[in-house]
Design a protein around this ligand. Structure first.
Ligand code: NAP
Length: 278
């Protein structure tokens, strides 16, 4: 069977070259897209993610305003910071890096982000709009998965899609997006029974679990499309790549699959939000 490696770097390059042109156009009209990132506390992985996002902005000429709050920050202080950014006309997108320290009410903080600046798709309103099919800025990893399918002309219509994971930023919204594209969607989680049997019927598999090499090739139907959103220590996905590669007709590698496209979605949403200021 012919194999298609779904190359996130190629998809990303395409998106970013297009964005570079749009950023230049916006700048020529006096608008520089700006993404504000908020990091609370000292979490080395989060610091790396925020830095990566900031660097990706810089490369495209998108301004990135970085706010780093102490690990003792209260919900009220974080809400105040977000509100200031909501009212700052120079800021087009706001990203609050997850997770925040446990004394903070993360949902309250996310839901303080103004919907028009919710470029990371974390607010309850944004999620609701995505589920109803008119969300402008869906959560970035789900948006990346749909963009990869679209880039490779893989239609979800009428397919059995199985999403493993139901987090608010990944499993749930990607299930909604696949449903909106007329897939028949099954969303699995830690209490799902007989996961291998459910996966055996899947034409499209989305892995969003957070457990390295969890999905086994023997659970995968011949010819399935496998999208691995997982990113675990040591650059390992949630899919056991070698055994799933044998069964799949198309598969995303880790690294170089969903990850780079996720950052491109954040950049695209920021540019889209800035373009509204013209
Ligand atoms: P999360 O919030 O920890 O959610 C994990 C989900 O997996 C939960 O819904 C959980 O079920 C489910 N799960 C756990 N064990 C399971 C099992 N044995 N069988 C079936 N389902 C199981 O994780 P997340 O934030 O969605 O992230 C998932 C993965 O994506 C991680 O590897 C993360 O690093 C990666 N990620 C990648 C990107 C990217 O840019 N590529 C962005 C974000 C996240 P319950 O709900 O029942 O607990």
């Amino acid at each position: 069977m012919e194999k298609l490696i779904l190359d996130g770097k190629a998809v990303s390059k395409d998106i970013r070259s297009n964005l570079a042109v749009r950023v230049e156009e916006l700048q020529s009209k006096g608008v520089t897209p700006c993404l504000a990132t908020i990091l609370v506390g000292e979490n080395p992985s989060s610091e790396t993610y925020v830095k990566m996002k900031g660097n990706a902005c810089k490369k495209l000429g998108i301004q990135s305003e970085r706010i780093h709050l102490s690990s003792e920050t209260t919900t009220e202080e974080l809400v105040d910071t977000i509100n200031k950014l909501n009212h700052d006309d120079a800021v087009h997108g706001i990203l609050l890096q997850h997770p925040v320290p446990e004394q903070i009410d993360e949902r309250k903080a996310f839901d303080t982000i103004a919907i028009e600046k919710d470029v990371d798709g974390v607010t309850s309103t944004g999620y609701g709009q995505t589920a109803l099919g008119f969300g402008e800025y869906p959560s970035c990893t789900p948006a990346a998965i749909m963009t990869i399918l679209d880039y490779y002309d893989i239609s979800a219509e009428g397919k059995n899609a199985v999403v493993v994971g139901r987090s608010p930023i990944l499993g749930k919204p990607v299930s909604a997006l696949l449903l909106n594209e007329n897939a028949t969607v099954t969303t699995c989680h830690s209490r799902t029974k007989d996961l291998p049997d459910i996966l055996k019927r899947a034409d499209i598999v989305v892995a969003a679990i957070g457990k390295p090499s969890f999905i086994q090739g023997e659970w995968i139907k011949d010819g399935a499309v496998v999208l691995d959103a997982g990113y675990n220590k040591g650059n390992i996905g949630d899919v056991d790549y070698d055994s799933c590669y044998e069964k799949a007709s198309a598969i995303t590698p880790v690294p170089g699959g969903v990850g780079p496209v996720t950052i491109s979605m954040l950049l695209k949403h920021t540019v889209d939000a800035a373009a509204k200021k013209l």
